[in-house]
Design a protein around this ligand. Structure first.
Ligand code: PHE
Length: 491
């Protein structure tokens, strides 16, 4: 049989058939305890030895428990002081925290009676207290025993929980193992064991000597400890892929502030100032900063809202600068698209993957912080068909072959659609966000151009749920190590 050096040594040590405790074997073989245990289990797997385990619970004193073992329980210290007559709490001469704590136990053990005297507590020893002066309690006896060394939990018995609740003791476990050779093991022990090489050495390769060396075979089916390698967060993997897809399609990434003005979040997107989406119910308004800056184009946006532009009549109300200057946590990353449009020239293909915030009630499919995948294409001759093509291509590259579009409404697009993908495991269409062509009332004030702008804002959370087959969107955010370690990263 092909045995490891450690296995051979151990087998020889138990070759007389006796059962040995692992610590005995450590001495006998000069191997570490770890190596003995490892080799014992290997031998057991090969049927050459039997390993017997016994786990025992021990109780040991905590640091606090050791102090008590030296100075006595707080209630004992006070009891001793009450021997010669009643004392008020201040006459005890002990720190108030200690006194307060001990009072509870004095009462519980019925060692002292508490009376009020001049706004203070007077402590008087009881009959039980006097008896206790002569005789230690069960808890105190246990502490004395423990001070001499660890004791098994059974020996101490019922008092353990009480001592544990006072944080005087803690439980530890110790596993003892005994190893004994089986019949096959005994036979193997008496065989000759020429040791084979464990691993390929550099000099074997250099000299070509490996051709003549006999190496020990590896047992690739042997159990090994689970390797916990560093890995990316499952959501990061999805984000990275989305980013890569848009870069492949010729887009470049932009960022914008999370604390954003109402102007870029709503006004620049031609949402009237009394639009319900601005409601406190959906939007987190910021107390600080107090006011946001407005850009130059605010004048043109104001004009578009009040009396329109580019053939539109506008909303016909008085646009207020103060409302546009209210800072919010951006409710969508479309604010980044609006900013970018006002700063850059056509042709432009940009995307943004980032967080948006909404005042949602947290549940299995809603978070208050959500990742959005935003994108725009700003160019002279792009059309609605291109928009559908980009979305279809994006989802196809994400692994969703079947995509369909439902007509939709957004205040800043015309036409508008909601893309949906087919999710085979649930046999249903899943809605994934919004898209459309920005209205001229959005584009013209920001860019001075009457080009179409294809735009989308897609949810990332839903995609993450579909990819990792989650039925609760909160799962990846729980920092649940067991889940994070176990989850198979998407690729
Ligand atoms: N901003 C919209 C949302 O958050 C999505 C969207 C973006 C719709 C761009 C149309 C165009 O739901």
């Amino acid at each position: 049989m092909d045995l490891h050096r450690l296995e051979i040594d151990l087998l020889l040590a138990i070759g007389d058939g006796r059962e040995y405790e692992t610590s005995e074997l450590t001495k006998k073989t000069n191997m570490s305890e770890d190596a003995v245990v490892k080799a014992a289990f290997w031998l057991e797997e090969k049927g050459l030895a039997k390993v017997r385990e016994e786990t025992q619970e021990f109780v040991e004193l905590t640091e606090e428990g050791k102090k008590v073992a030296k100075h006595g329980l707080a209630e004992r210290v006070i009891l001793e002081k009450l021997k010669d007559g009643a004392l008020t709490t201040s006459e005890l001469g002990l720190p108030p925290a200690v006194v307060n704590f001990a009072l509870g136990w004095l009462k519980k053990k019925n060692w002292a009676e508490l009376k009020k005297k001049d706004g203070e507590m007077l402590l008087e020893i009881t009959k039980e207290g006097k008896t206790a002066l002569e005789k230690k309690g069960e808890d105190e006896l246990a502490i004395e025993r423990l001070a001499e060394g660890n004791v098994s939990a059974e020996e101490i018995g019922d008092i353990v929980p009480t001592l544990q609740s006072r944080q005087l003791v803690e439980k530890t476990t110790k596993t003892e193992r005994w190893v004994q050779a089986t019949k096959e093991g005994l036979a193997a022990a008496s065989e000759d064991h020429e040791t084979k090489e464990e691993r390929v050495q550099t000099h074997h390769i250099r000299s070509g000597g490996w051709k003549n060396v006999e190496y020990r075979k590896y047992d690739v089916t042997a159990s090994a400890p689970q390797a916990m390698m560093a890995k990316l967060h499952p959501i990061q993997v999805v984000i990275d892929r989305v980013r890569q897809i848009f870069i492949e399609m010729g887009f470049s990434e932009r960022k914008g502030p999370m604390v954003e003005s109402s102007f870029w979040t709503f006004d620049a997107l031609f949402q009237p100032q009394d639009h319900p989406a601005r409601d406190l119910a959906d939007t987190f308004f910021m107390a600080s900063p107090e006011k946001s800056e407005l850009p130059e184009v605010a004048k043109k946006v104001k004009a578009a809202h009040e009396h329109g532009c580019c053939g539109s009549l506008g909303w016909g109300y008085d646009w207020e600068e103060d409302i546009a200057r209210q800072p919010v946590l951006r409710t969508h990353t479309t604010a980044v698209s609006a900013r970018t449009l006002s700063q850059e020239e056509a042709p432009l293909k940009m995307f943004c993957i980032d967080k948006a915030f909404r005042n949602e009630t947290l549940d299995y499919k809603h978070l208050m912080e959500l990742y959005q995948i935003e994108g725009i294409v700003f160019d002279k001759d792009v059309t609605f068909k291109h928009l559908l093509g980009y979305l279809k291509e994006f989802y196809r590259k994400m692994g969703f072959e079947k995509v369909r579009f439902r007509p939709a409404y957004f205040p800043y697009t015309e036409m508008s659609v909601e893309p949906e993908v087919w999710y085979e495991p649930r046999k249903s269409w899943i809605e994934l966000g919004g898209a459309g062509i920005f209205r001229p009332e959005v584009v013209e004030p920001l860019t001075g151009k009457d080009y179409p702008v294809l735009a989308w804002g897609l949810g990332l959370g839903r995609l993450v749920m579909l990819i990792y087959e989650l039925d609760d969107i909160r799962v990846p955010y729980r920092n649940d190590l067991a889940w994070l370690r176990g989850v198979k990263l998407w690729q």
